[in-house]
Ligand binder design. Structure first.
Ligand code: SF4
Length: 286
């Protein structure tokens, strides 16, 4: 397999992700329009759906913020030069699609000019022997990512403390993460692991539930509580503040209860590819 194949797949993934919402996200937005009772919220949801359909028809980005290049790579086998090939794909996609040049040095704020730089693209790796590399791109908008939060709670805070922190975080964010949101919540692990779990939770199909029944219950209760806030689509009021709450957890220190929240906006973009050892590629949106 050649580097060029990785590079071309990255361009195809980014092109698809920025212009086409995955089917589960689209279905959740359409379902929320049917049950929303607030007229302003209904109008906002209709506009969001119109924008999403137009973007797909024209194969143009659905939002001016085409996000940070965030990737999840499940490596079935080692591939020397993988990271550089992904970066080359991002650089070319930035010019060809085009993508907004969002990547800057954190202190000087100097723009790198091609959406790559130290630590960018961000690639989260896992390893599972197979004859393919699974690559998922999740372009991450600044408005939603900026609302992320981490709390190292006292274990005595319990489930009530977790719910309070998550709900306070959502209420403080208001309309800034462009609701309706999908909320990724990490519970447990270490501080950094907890935030990674929250982001990974956003990869799950919208509305899927944790196989752990106590976590699944927590997901449903938090979704209900968030939608009861009345923040609504784009923060203009209504029943539809969140399409889903997904929780991922890890065991943690007996003295700790980390909780992390990672927001995804309505433009919950992601695209997935399997790149096989023989050079064949399958691209899908889920
Ligand atoms: S939060 Fe999402 S929808 Fe809002 S501006 Fe950023 S990328 Fe676009």
């Amino acid at each position: 397999m050649e580097d060029k194949l990785i590079e071309e797949t990255v361009i195809a993934l980014l092109r698809r992700a920025v212009a086409t919402l995955p089917g589960d996200v689209l279905a959740a937005l359409e379902a929320s329009l049917l049950i929303e009772r607030n007229p302003t919220a209904k109008r906002e949801l209709s506009r969001i759906l119109e924008n999403v359909r137009e973007a797909r028809a024209c194969m143009l980005p659905m939002c001016q913020d085409t996000g940070l290049p965030v990737f999840f790579a499940r490596m079935g086998f080692t591939f020397p030069g993988f990271e550089e090939a992904v970066a080359r794909g991002v650089r070319r996609a930035t010019e060809d699609i085009p993508l907004r040049k969002n990547v800057v040095h954190p202190l000087t704020r100097e723009n790198t000019g091609d959406n790559t730089g130290k630590g960018m693209p961000y690639i989260c790796y896992s390893y599972e022997p197979s004859d393919y590399i699974e690559l998922i791109v999740m372009p991450k908008g600044g408005g939603s990512e900026n609302m992320s939060a981490l709390a190292m709670l006292n274990p005595s805070s319990g489930i009530g403390g977790i719910k309070r922190f998550v709900l306070d975080t959502v209420v403080n964010a208001g309309g800034r993460p462009c609701p309706p949101i999908i909320l990724g919540v990490g519970i447990g692990g270490t501080a950094d692991e907890c935030m990674a779990l929250a982001k990974k939770a956003l990869l799950r199909p919208v509305g899927s539930h944790s196989p752990d029944s106590s976590i699944a219950r927590l997901e449903m209760e938090m979704l209900h509580a968030i939608n009861a806030t009345g923040i609504g689509p784009m923060g203009l009021g209504g029943d539809t503040t969140a399409l889903a709450v997904h929780v991922e957890y890890a065991c943690c220190h007996t003295a700790s209860l980390p909780v992390a929240v990672n927001f995804q906006c309505y433009a919950a973009r992601r695209a997935r590819a399997r790149i096989y050892r023989d050079g064949s590629v399958e691209i899908g949106g889920e």
